[in-house]
Write a protein that binds this ligand. Structure first.
Ligand SMILES: [Zn+2]
Length: 459
């Protein structure tokens, strides 16, 4: 049999994270800045104000010094300046005309106005489908595969754009969407026999329980070979990955929070950044916003600057994710530095000054399966990040556990969290199956403070 090529893009991928790549990035960055000066008024004004002449750009340091970080707050302010007119605000920050925009997706906007992701056809092809094709190839997805797309489709970037992301790799997309709910998702899979699952790890976990009840099949008999997870942590949590891969008899990968895909190493190595030539990656200190060098083990808030886009015109844009990077060669032998999502700047909790992320708490709880179901809620009496100790965690115990056994288990969980996370939580038990299962992003918080002082009560 003919040996397959290691990379989708044999010209660019071997150069990822090399000095030669830095030269390509600088050349493209200059072009982007020149284009911004001519066509994106928001950035043109910024360059004028900060005295940045793109034709004379001296290097990445000057770029970092003179281009301000673009956050959700920046967007909110731009929209306000445009009297709430989202299209007018978008027009200010893209380097093409609105007529050239082919599709717009947004963030959910739960904490303000939704932030847009606009794409031209060229952006979709040369940026979006290109980096996706690289990751899909590395995950083993080929043109003959069928992808059951189970992420939410409505307006979100992983939805319809996510489906278009398979256009280069050539796999067949079955866009059933999370909105279809369990039964239709399972029946669609039965009819069209997807070989690749694309969705959240929490839906995969949910289907383990549901598939036998709904279609009379164990998930290992559904026909998936590859499970590509996005939108929430999963493959990066060893306990979750082990549980899901065993149940499905399939390999699990994750993608997201940038141009990254996890690799075939059994022990999670983070996601390889597969698109240095199409997006420049940076870390900054989440408090001071000062640049952090990309050294092995460095942690910080991630910023992206796209290098070949017109409408998806991101310049030092932060989505609020905290990453840790690994620059040493990976055991898998593939190129691209790796990053792990440490948490969201928004999800971060501070208990007695200790930073804790919900994913780490879920990791510990999952270690106690089958004594617990793995479902949990972090109870927040006050708005995060500060938590008055003890941190309260509602945990579903397994069927048949009562009294003394539960007390002992609660003690054991607290001890483990104290050792691994340096916090001493209070475990509050919930009956098995009593916490609502979510098809969308795993709901981790129970925000008690939101219902305080209102007449609204939650049943
Ligand atoms: Zn690797």
């Amino acid at each position: 049999m003919q040996q397959e090529r290691p990379y989708w893009n044999m010209e660019m991928e071997p150069l990822l994270n090399t000095p030669q790549m830095a030269e390509i990035q600088m050349e493209r960055l200059k072009k982007q800045l020149i284009k911004a000066k001519a066509r994106a008024p928001f950035f043109a004004r910024m360059m004028e104000r900060n005295k940045l002449d793109p034709d004379r750009l001296s290097g990445f340091d000057e770029f970092k010094e003179k281009i301000d970080i673009f956050t959700k707050a920046t967007w909110n302010q731009l929209v306000a300046e445009c009297d709430g007119d989202m299209l007018k605000a978008l027009d200010q920050r893209i380097a093409c005309s609105l007529d050239e925009v082919s599709i717009i997706a947004t963030t959910t906007g739960t904490t303000g106005v939704p932030s847009p992701y606009a794409f031209t056809r060229k952006d979709l092809d040369e940026f979006w489908a290109e980096y996706n094709a690289r990751g899909h190839w590395r995950s083993g997805i080929r043109a003959h595969d069928r992808v059951l797309h189970c992420l939410a489709l409505s307006m979100v970037i992983a939805g319809v754009p996510g489906a278009l992301g398979f256009s280069k790799s050539g796999a067949t997309v079955l866009p059933v969407g999370a909105e279809a709910k369990t039964e239709r998702i399972l029946r669609t899979q039965g009819m069209w026999k997807g070989t690749v699952y694309f969705g959240t790890p929490s839906l995969l976990e949910y289907l383990i329980e549901q598939a036998p009840k709904v279609v009379g099949k164990e998930v290992k008999d559904l026909g998936f070979k590859i499970l590509l997870c996005a939108a929430e942590p999963g493959a990066g949590i060893p306990e979750v990955k082990a549980k899901i891969e065993k149940a499905y008899g399939a390999r699990m990968f994750d993608t997201g929070a940038g141009l990254g895909f996890s690799c075939e190493c059994q022990e999670y190595q983070g996601m390889h950044w597969v698109g240095d030539d199409v997006s420049y990656y940076e870390l900054v200190d989440p408090d001071t916003k000062q640049p952090i060098p990309l050294e092995d083990g460095a942690k910080g808030e991630m910023l992206m600057t796209n290098l070949n886009t017109d409408a998806l015109f991101q310049m030092r844009e932060s989505a609020g994710d905290i990453h840790q990077v690994f620059t040493e060669p990976c055991k898998c032998g593939k190129t691209g530095f790796r990053y792990k999502i440490v948490g969201r700047a928004d999800d971060m909790l501070k208990v007695k000054g200790i930073m804790v992320y919900p994913t780490h708490i879920k990791g510990v709880i999952n270690d106690f399966v089958p004594k617990v179901t793995g479902e949990l809620r972090i109870i927040l009496d006050e708005p995060p990040p500060r938590v008055v100790p003890p941190l309260k965690i509602r945990v579903e115990h397994a069927e048949g556990l009562t009294g003394v056994a539960l007390d002992a288990l609660a003690h054991e969980i607290s001890e483990t969290m104290s050792r691994r996370l340096k916090i001493n939580p209070q475990i509050i038990w919930a009956e098995p199956g009593s916490l609502e299962r979510s098809l969308y992003k795993g709901k981790m918080f129970e925000k008690v403070y939101e219902s305080k002082g209102t007449v609204k009560t939650t049943p």
